[in-house]
Design a protein around this ligand. Structure first.
Ligand code: 2P0
Length: 311
């Protein structure tokens, strides 16, 4: 077997990964908890034994930086590897704070291993995906996952809890400062960094417990605390990292207004301007309708499974 394809879903952290305790090994400074979301996905095919290394993204050759990152990941997993052809597609925006590196490195890792004739355990695949991008470790198990150390572990499967994540897309386009550089700037310059590190473990435990108890209010509170603590380290970096746009703030207020009306809706944001609103799946149409006048568009995502081989 020298060709294989895999699919992986992005994941959104409810308790955030921001900072590395080991940059070379891509180990996190704080634990994180996430939910994999579909139908958005990355689909990647790897073919070992090509004439030359080639990475295609959608219908075109991938941008050089994108191709270099993918090939460097394969070099690290398979030192002395044969040349390969990689083809990958995303059915959602890339590089705008929508977790495309998570699904991308998870799908690449699973496809590359399968094409090499290997069948590593989910734990091993999660460790391998982590080397490409930290958040990719969590897209391997899918569903609700926690990542404290070398590999992410599953907390609950996608069908555990009928929740939804309503994504309010407020700006399109690639972000100015990528996550890896952003987290290093926060760590190196924000005076609030020590507080971020010390609060993280308790927030992750709180979120894990809330998922197991299916307690949305408790999970939402932990998620918002983690989100705003992370953005505090961004806003207080030098120079500051302000990923928010005016419409970002408008969505935050709209979600708070929904809660005042008795609709359970809690916000999170990543290294980008989009706001993701966690709610019960039954409430997703109400939430999406409330955000529609503010956002460019809304997308309702539902819990999804882990990275897997596909024909
Ligand atoms: C997360 N983010 O937990 C956090 C919240 C962004 C903000 O994981 O350097 O692309 O490749 O390990 O995984 C984005 O960071 O960073 C991210 P690297 P990654 O989802």
């Amino acid at each position: 077997m020298s060709v294989a394809s895999a699919v992986a879903h992005p994941n959104i952290a409810v308790v955030k990964y921001w900072g590395k305790r080991d940059v070379a090994a891509n180990l996190p400074a704080v634990p994180s908890v996430s939910l994999a979301l579909g139908p958005w996905h990355t689909r990647t095919q790897v073919r070992w034994g090509a004439d030359a290394d080639a990475v295609r993204f959608g219908a075109h050759p991938a941008p050089p930086a994108f191709a270099a990152k993918a090939l460097a990941h394969l070099d690290r997993l398979f030192p002395g590897r044969p040349r390969c052809a990689v083809e990958t597609t995303n059915d959602f925006p890339t590089g705008a704070g929508l977790a495309s590196s998570a699904s991308g490195f998870a799908a690449l890792t699973v496809a590359a291993a399968a094409a090499a004739g290997l069948d590593p355990s989910p734990d091993t695949l999660s460790r391998w995906a982590r080397l490409g991008s930290g958040s990719a470790s969590r897209s391997i198990p899918g569903g609700w996952a926690a990542w404290w150390d070398e590999a992410a572990r599953p907390i609950a499967p996608p069908e555990w809890w009928p929740v939804a994540m309503v994504v309010a897309v407020v700006a399109e386009g690639e972000k100015a400062v990528g996550s890896t550089a952003g987290m290093q700037r926060s760590a190196a310059t924000s005076p609030y960094w020590p507080a971020w590190l010390s609060e993280g473990p308790a927030l992750a435990r709180e979120a894990e417990d809330a998922v197991r108890a299916r307690d949305l209010e408790r999970l939402g509170a932990a998620m918002e605390a983690s989100t705003f603590q992370m953005h505090a380290t961004m806003h207080t970096a030098r120079p500051p990292l302000i990923y928010w746009q005016p419409a970002t703030v408008a969505v935050l207020h709209a979600a708070a207004a929904l809660r005042q009306r008795g609709v359970g809706a809690w916000v999170t944001m990543d290294a980008g301007p989009q706001v993701k609103v966690l709610c019960l799946a039954d409430d997703a149409p109400t939430v999406a309708a409330a955000l529609a006048p503010i956002a460019l568009r809304t997308v309702t995502l539902l819990p999804a499974g882990g990275a897997r081989r596909v024909p």
